[in-house]
Write a protein that binds this ligand. Structure first.
Ligand SMILES: Cc1cc2nc3c(=O)[nH]c(=O)nc-3n(C[C@H](O)[C@H](O)[C@H](O)COP(=O)(O)OP(=O)(O)OC[C@H]3O[C@@H](n4cnc5c(N)ncnc54)[C@H](O)[C@@H]3O)c2cc1C
Length: 480
């Protein structure tokens, strides 16, 4: 356990800013982000509504509730909302994301079966039990590096591309040695464990890549290579979001990593690998958490747009009023859809499952709504935000007084105004905000495939009945 107790120095190999980080506690960006993630564990300790008592009298996080009814999903939503509000929805992959999938894994794990190598079903049961008992933070690595999407994984490996995905390099009696890479893993440097698997789409010849497994971040051979920071390291007042919530993404290299048999959920079976995400139940339940987290972020950005309009004296303009109305309507559509996904769920075996069609509609639409609110924030504020001096300049004796009086408006004092505009700048313009925008666009998968999948699964029978009736009536009338 590392995330909860804050000791990330467990031998994990994390590379950042041109060097291997020897002491993760002394790098500001790591200690800051870790503290934000740990707020979840603090909430667990201080807020009784975050936990429940299981059949053994053990206090368990509500993330691990196996939903049996709409009410259970509502309970879980309230927990996701509390966690998301700690970072205004800016941390995308907090512990609740994968943990809620782990909660239902035992109910689905029988599909994983067993073979001579391992009992994958039992592995999943044991793993889920440990994660729940220890309340561990699991991060997930799915997407394979975008080396050449026109080719299959085995084809790339045959050409010598060893890092096109994660593949079985050596089969051993007690496990497998894997090699390769996963292209992006948000918050990986802070997690206790990684869950590694593939999205559907492996070809029959890709059996070496057909893997799903867990491993600790400090497993020998795992190299976590962080992206460039959006964290600025200056005064928090100058970058209220960028300096608080940079959830580092990382490229993960597997340099001949041994995975014991007990850690495997899929090994060498392409059909099972392709089925893992949806078949394990993880897809739909993590989607519920994800859309709740997204709605919190939209709530934050919408409130910010409204506050800017109020504090910049814009609310008297009819055009601005209409824009704000559009934003609040968008927000309500998302909130209502999340609630509808819970109330129109269904039983899958013994698990009450949210309505995936609604969740995918939210995922697809939230991207647009988030973009819309960012444009509004930028339109309202960027012209003046771009001229806001950094806070140190308010302390230069030569200009401090005149600066303060010239930047003070009837609606706000200079420093208050600068702070609000800096917040707007971080959301809509700063590299932090651009990364957040990209996150909303892509983190849930390729937007094109989400739409295609939605159309393919939509129940249009009631619409078709009406069309058939009208066409039938029209055809009969012609015959008369
Ligand atoms: C900020 C951020 C954080 C993320 N965090 C995580 C994480 O923690 N864990 C994780 O596993 N993943 C994470 N992701 C990755 C995310 O899952 C992928 O970015 C997403 O699924 C899109 O995949 P891709 O970028 O590889 O796009 P690709 O699949 O490579 O596609 C890129 C574009 O190429 C075109 N294209 C590709 N294939 C096809 C095709 N077959 N047919 C037609 N057009 C095609 C499309 O225009 C597509 O949009 C994150 C992504 C971002 C941006």
């Amino acid at each position: 356990m590392t995330t909860k107790n804050g000791n990330l120095n467990d031998g994990r190999e994390v590379f950042f800013n041109g060097k291997k980080i020897e002491d993760l506690t002394t790098e500001v960006i790591f200690s800051k982000t870790l503290k934000v993630i740990q707020r979840y564990y603090k909430l667990r300790e201080t807020d009784p509504s975050m936990s429940f008592e299981d059949e053994n009298g053990e206090s368990i996080s509500k993330l691990f509730i196996t939903p049996r009814s709409t009410e259970d999903l509502i309970e879980k939503r309230k927990v996701y909302e509390k966690i998301a509000r700690e970072s205004c929805g800016m941390l995308g992959r907090t512990p609740d994301f994968i943990d809620t999938g782990v909660a239902i894994l035992p109910e689905y794990a029988s599909v994983l079966g067993s073979d001579k190598k391992a009992n994958y079903f039992e592995n999943a049961l044991n793993w889920a039990k440990t994660i729940r008992h220890d309340d561990l933070f699991v991060s997930h690595a799915i997407q394979n590096p975008q080396l050449d999407r026109s080719k299959g994984l085995q084809q790339l490996l045959d050409q010598g591309e060893e890092f096109a995905g994660v593949w079985i390099k050596e089969q051993r009696e007690d496990g497998v040695v894997v090699r390769g890479a996963k292209q992006v893993n948000t918050l990986a440097p802070f997690a206790d464990q990684l869950l590694v698997f593939n999205l559907p789409g492996l070809h029959p010849e890709d059996s070496k890549f057909a893997l799903a497994f867990w491993l600790p971040l400090n497993a020998k051979g795992v190299k976590t290579v962080c992206r460039k920071p959006t964290f600025r390291g200056d005064d928090l007042r100058d970058h209220p979001l960028a300096n608080a919530f940079d959830e580092l993404d990382a490229f993960i290299i597997f340099d001949d990593v041994f995975i014991p048999n007990e850690n495997l959920f899929v090994c060498g079976n392409v059909d099972l690998s392709n089925a893992f995400f949806a078949g394990s139940g993880i897809f739909v339940h993590t989607a519920h958490q994800d859309e709740v987290r997204g709605s919190v972020k939209l709530e934050f950005a919408t409130a910010l747009a409204v506050k800017l309009a109020e504090k910049l004296g814009l609310t008297g303009f009819t055009r601005v009023q209409e824009i704000l109305g559009n934003l609040t309507i968008n927000l309500e559509m998302i909130r209502a859809s999340v609630v509808a996904s819970e109330s129109t769920g269904h039983m899958e075996g013994d698990v009450y499952t949210p309505n995936m069609q609604i969740l995918l509609a939210v995922r697809s639409t939230l991207t647009k709504y988030y973009d819309e609110v960012l444009s509004v924030i930028a339109e309202f504020s960027s012209g003046s935000a771009v001229g806001v001096p950094d806070f140190k300049q308010f302390e230069i004796p030569e200009i401090a007084d005149i600066l303060k009086s010239s930047l003070t408006s009837p609606l706000m004092l200079a420093e208050e105004r600068a702070l609000l505009l800096n917040l707007a700048w971080d959301v809509a313009n700063e590299s932090f905000g651009q990364r957040q925008r990209t996150y909303e666009l892509l983190h849930g998968g390729n937007p094109m495939f989400i739409k295609i999948q939605h159309w393919q699964n939509e129940d249009l029978s009631a619409g078709n009945d009406m069309i058939n009736r009208i066409l039938g009536d029209a055809a009969k009338s012609k015959a008369k």
